[in-house]
Design a protein around this ligand. Structure first.
Ligand code: FES
Ligand code: FES
Length: 210
């Protein structure tokens, strides 16, 4: 009597198929999926990253985040959700903050990109980085590069009088406040919950700039 749902011959066939799949490199397996196995379209893109020109030849589907991390090895910029929901990948693109996981590198020919590595160095911290250290604005630190790049962008928006959802009077000059900061950085999630310390750090920096 055989209680198994497959016969011995069927089982051997299944094993052979599984072994073939296991031996297939993942990039070959991926190439055979939604695009029907077409080879990727490659394109050269030149960016200025942290003040240095960089020309990369990329699959046109490469996000800016993957170009920075996987091709340029600038791993300070973090991949959290890869879906535009956590802000860990925030960088400055031509001075404006952007979720680098939500944009393709080839869309930014000639753009200037600033990552956390371009803001400060371990020997010469950006004042905002120093404020994060002083106020314990992090625990695991995974969200921190995105928080700092986002804060630089948010403060620049206030300087440029860009209103936010909580700006009471859009015809008046924008001003820094905790409410404005919390609103403008609401896209930067901290799983460790270091929010109050982050606010303290950015506030001290902002007040020093005023
Ligand atoms: Fe880009 Fe989360 S990794 S928003
Ligand atoms: Fe850990 Fe923000 S410090 S996620």
């Amino acid at each position: 009597m055989n209680d198994l749902p497959v016969s011995r011959r069927g089982f051997l066939k299944l094993t052979a198929v599984s072994a073939t799949l296991a031996a297939t490199p993942p990039w070959v397996a991926r190439a055979a999926t939604p695009d029907g196995g077409k080879p990727p379209v490659m394109q050269a893109v030149t960016l200025e990253v942290n003040g240095k020109p960089a020309t990369l030849t990329l699959d046109t589907r490469t996000t800016l985040l993957d170009a920075l991390r996987e091709h340029m090895h600038l791993t300070g910029t973090k991949k959290g959700c890869d879906h535009g929901q956590c802000g860990a990948c925030t960088v400055l693109l031509d001075g404006r903050r952007i979720n680098s996981c939500l944009t393709l590198a080839v869309m930014h020919q000639g753009a200037k990109v600033t990552t956390i590595e371009g803001l400060g160095t371990p020997d010469k911290l950006h004042p905002l980085q120093a404020a994060f250290v002083k106020h314990d604005g992090y625990q695991c630190g995974y969200c921190t590069p995105g928080q700092i790049c986002s804060a630089v962008g948010a403060l620049d928006e206030i300087r440029r009088d860009v209103p936010s959802h909580v700006t009471a009077d859009v015809s008046s000059k924008a001003a820094f406040s905790t409410l404005e900061l919390r609103e403008r950085m609401s896209g930067n999630i901290c799983r460790c919950g270091a929010y109050s310390n982050i606010v303290e750090a950015v506030t001290e920096y902002a007040e020093g700039q005023a």
